[in-house]
Write a protein that binds this ligand. Structure first.
Ligand SMILES: Cc1cc2nc3c(=O)[nH]c(=O)nc-3n(C[C@H](O)[C@H](O)[C@H](O)COP(=O)(O)OP(=O)(O)OC[C@H]3O[C@@H](n4cnc5c(N)ncnc54)[C@H](O)[C@@H]3O)c2cc1C
Length: 543
């Protein structure tokens, strides 16, 4: 065991290890990258996080930088749950529901708790946490907050940020702060503090005051965007709140030790509509009209013909009785979940008229078993991305870029051309109501030619999204893989503000360095794995 690990083991309650198999396990996450940590710490409580941070801060003051990477379940697909120093793994011990308020639906949890477990518990209180990610069964709330996770219900209910009411955060020097919306009087108190917290409030307030126009003008006109740091929502008419800065920051500004979430009333009685489209432009037009309905759909998912064909080839029974080949160019699944029965019926009727106008065939149902059967169309994604084409895996490299909805057809068609021109096979789907798109091309990372293709298609896909005034990250965040596009996306002036915000909160660059800020493609190329295996469940201590 290294001196560093010995010191930590003496001072923290949780386990500390340098065991080779554990380090190797945490050297990968859901991404195509690899980076081996030198120590793994399983914090038992907030005190452990504080002590570890305080220790690395003191070392940094003496010129020795040991990076710290907080980690949930490691399902992030951009390499942000990897670090070369200390990896702090939360699901082992800091995984509890601290409090649920049955009346308001407010829930307070530790960061390592499984997302799906929180959702299930909330459902028993007839509440839910809306974003609805595909990885909910195997990811954590800490990861969801740090990635500003979004999902199928983002179209109506927004991203994780919309539900985070307050956070407890361990700062780079080991101090703990509680975030939440502050009125003028409370803000003044914070500004007067002589601690690191006070320094942060003063510096961020000054940064925002001096650059108000630049910050406001930089907000992109897309439905959800987690790229960069959220400076936009920190200071507004309603007050001052550091929470948005930590949400989506991917552990680069502070370590979250407790999350307070708002939740909303859950209605399992939904209406489902499915439309088949022969033309993506018609699909785009339908989406635009759906978004003009007063009661917005709660889900609007697009599945491409190629994905259905791949699913059919791998598992011919999966879509039996749901859809027959030849498949349409795209399928759109739309759900309405309004609590009022009449209201839901009215919205669904309007939706059906839209589908009749633009699609080549459509269906509507409220029957639970028929709905479950139709959702198989969307769940075909799992079949396609788990599959290997010989030694080729469906790589998570073209993930969730987003464009304004009126540019969606151009985005989908442009992406299909990229796939075709590079002679690739790739399942393609998206939260179409938000204007985002996921593409997982089958490639073999052990082949030199394929390794070059990865960076080429990434550049083509993200450049296309940016040329359509979109963002690289509707859900999740930049991590390592998309960080090289941040400067191009926001321009030098805003990127410079991101760098300043990072320096204010983490002056020694201890917190998850190499993620979000100061990353180029040349930084990430050496981190490319030699073999890609999906990695969705983390290595936790037993007994
Ligand atoms: C099959 C699959 C489907 C997916 N579907 C979706 C989807 O629908 N929507 C979506 O948005 N994403 C999706 N993802 C990406 C990923 O699952 C989410 O971003 C998820 O929220 C990450 O949670 P995690 O617990 O795995 O976090 P990790 O991957 O462990 O970490 C994610 C980031 O959070 C930081 N972090 C973790 N804990 C803390 C903490 N306590 N304090 C500060 N920072 C912390 C890490 O440093 C890292 O930067 C998917 C991934 C896979 C593999």
């Amino acid at each position: 065991m290294s001196k560093l690990a010995h010191y930590l083991q003496e001072h923290v309650t949780g386990e500390v290890t340098t065991a080779e198999d554990v380090l190797n396990h945490f050297a990968t996450d859901g991404s195509i990258l690899t980076l081996k940590p030198s120590v793994v710490v399983y914090p038992h409580n907030e005190g452990d996080v504080r002590k570890t941070m305080r220790f690395t801060w003191q070392l940094a003051e003496r010129g020795r930088i040991i990076p710290i990477t907080p980690r949930g379940s490691g399902t992030n697909t951009t390499g942000s749950a990897l670090g070369s120093g200390i990896v702090m793994v939360f699901p082992a011990h800091m995984n509890k529901i601290v409090e649920i308020d049955g009346k308001t639906g407010m829930v307070k949890v530790e960061p390592g708790i499984n997302y799906g477990r929180v959702e299930q518990t909330l459902n028993t209180h007839e509440q839910f946490l809306p974003p609805f990610p595909s990885s909910g069964e195997f990811s954590t709330i800490g990861g969801a907050v740090a990635d500003n996770l979004s999902g199928e219900r983002t179209i109506k209910y927004g991203t994780t940020l919309d539900y985070v009411k307050a956070l407890r955060v361990v700062l780079a020097n080991g101090e703990v702060i509680e975030t939440g919306r502050l009125n003028k009087r409370d803000l003044n108190k914070k500004l007067g503090l002589t601690t690191f917290e006070g320094e942060i409030y003063r510096a961020i307030d000054t940064l925002l005051e001096e650059n108000r126009k630049v910050v406001l003008a930089s907000r992109l006109k897309v439905s959800s965007n987690s790229a960069g740091y959220n400076l936009f929502d920190v200071k507004n008419k309603e007050g001052f709140d550091l929470t948005p800065l930590f949400v989506g920051a991917q552990g680069t500004l502070g370590i979250i030790t407790e999350v307070t979430l708002d939740t909303i009333a859950y209605n399992p009685d939904t209406t489902l509509l499915v439309g088949m489209f022969s033309d993506i432009k018609q699909l785009q037009q339908a989406i635009i009209e759906f978004k003009s309905i007063d009661d917005l759909p709660s889900k609007m998912e697009m599945i491409d013909r190629g994905l259905l064909e791949i699913s059919d080839r791998i598992n011919p029974n999966h879509l039996n009785g749901v859809i027959q080949p030849p498949y349409p160019e795209a399928v759109l699944i739309v759900e309405f979940d309004d609590h009022g029965e009449r209201q839901q019926k009215k919205a669904a009727k309007r939706g059906l008229r839209i589908l009749e106008k633009y699609s080549t065939g459509c269906k509507v149902t409220t029957d639970p078993s028929e709905k479950a059967s139709l959702w198989k169309l969307r769940r075909a994604v799992s079949t396609a991305i788990i599959h290997s084409e010989n030694s080729m895996k469906a790589l998570p490299i073209l993930e969730g870029a987003v464009v304004p909805v009126h540019k969606y057809a151009e985005f989908v068609e442009g992406t299909k051309s990229i796939i075709k021109n590079n002679k690739l096979v790739a399942p393609l789907w998206g939260h179409a109501g938000d204007g985002d798109l996921y593409v997982r091309p089958y490639l073999d990372v052990s082949q030199v030619g394929n390794r070059q293709t990865i960076f080429r298609v990434m550049d083509e896909y993200y450049s296309l999204a940016l040329s359509l005034k979109g963002s690289t990250s509707s859900s999740g965040s930049d991590g390592r893989l998309k960080a090289p596009y941040l400067n191009r996306m926001y321009g030098n002036e805003v990127y410079d503000l991101f760098k300043k915000a990072k320096h204010i909160l983490d002056p020694y660059n201890i917190l998850n360095p190499g993620v979000k800020i100061g990353v180029t493609i040349d930084h990430i190329k050496p981190l490319l794995r030699n073999e890609y295996k999906t990695h969705w469940h983390d290595h936790l201590p037993q007994g």
